[in-house]
Design a protein. Structure first.
Length: 192
């Protein structure tokens, strides 16, 4: 339960406006306004009020201008040079809402929505490769017992890249590992 003071109603100054989750059907916010209209100021104010209510606050701040109290916040930087990121291959362990199949489907949907649309063959190949990659990491497509991370390592996009590249090499060199190794060394020599 959260309660945040917002201000007073301009039309009726005696009416206090609050954000009170105990009386709301939906607690979502959207703040819209021109530059300098006070959006960041409002976010800082709301987070300050929530701090005294012992909430965990997570801020994604692309401008870096929402200064927060380090007593309440931990901070990581998301950038191309930072080791942190959001892994799009992370499986939801719930047997009802989660699983390997749902993650694969949602990833394919995301690619299709925000990038060039995959052909149905590409979709099938990507889904199959992902299913195998998850299996290698111990996450079984059919077995919800295996969807909990435990001590297993969730695959990431780098793993998928390596996995598909390995498959491609096997495909080209027909599992001839010596040739594949030679190819790898040759490639290293060329790139030196
Ligand atoms: N309610 C307010 N009371 C006093 N100063 C405010 C208020 N809202 C915004 N400001 C001031 O106005 C300036 C711009 O606000 P800011 O929150 O950075 O705008 P935005 O994020 O919408 O661009 C800041 O200097 C801020 O301190
Ligand atoms: Mg701002």
């Amino acid at each position: 339960m959260a309660e945040v003071y917002i201000g007073i109603n301009k039309a009726n100054p005696r009416e206090v406006v609050k954000w009170d989750t105990s009386t709301l059907v939906n607690g979502h916010w959207i703040l819209i306004g021109g530059s300098g209209s006070g959006k960041t100021h409002r976010i800082r104010d709301v987070t300050r009020q929530l701090q005294s209510q012992k909430f965990r606050i997570v801020i994604f701040d692309p401008h870096g201008d929402i200064l927060t109290d380090p007593d309440y916040t931990s901070s990581v930087e998301f950038s191309e040079t930072s080791p942190y990121g959001i892994n799009p291959l992370t499986i939801n362990p719930s047997p009802v809402y989660g699983g390997v199949r749902k993650r694969i489907n949602s990833l394919v949907r995301i690619i299709n929505k925000y990038s060039e649309r995959l052909s149905s063959r590409e979709e099938a190949v990507l889904s199959y490769a992902l299913r195998q990659l998850y299996a290698l990491h111990g996450f079984n497509y059919y077995d919800p017992q295996t969807w909990k991370p435990d001590s297993k390592k969730m695959p990431a996009l780098d793993d998928l890249h390596r996995f598909i590249y390995g498959k491609l090499q096997d495909f080209v060199f027909g599992h001839m590992h010596e040739v594949s190794e030679l190819f790898g060394r040759l490639y290293e020599d060329i790139s030196d």
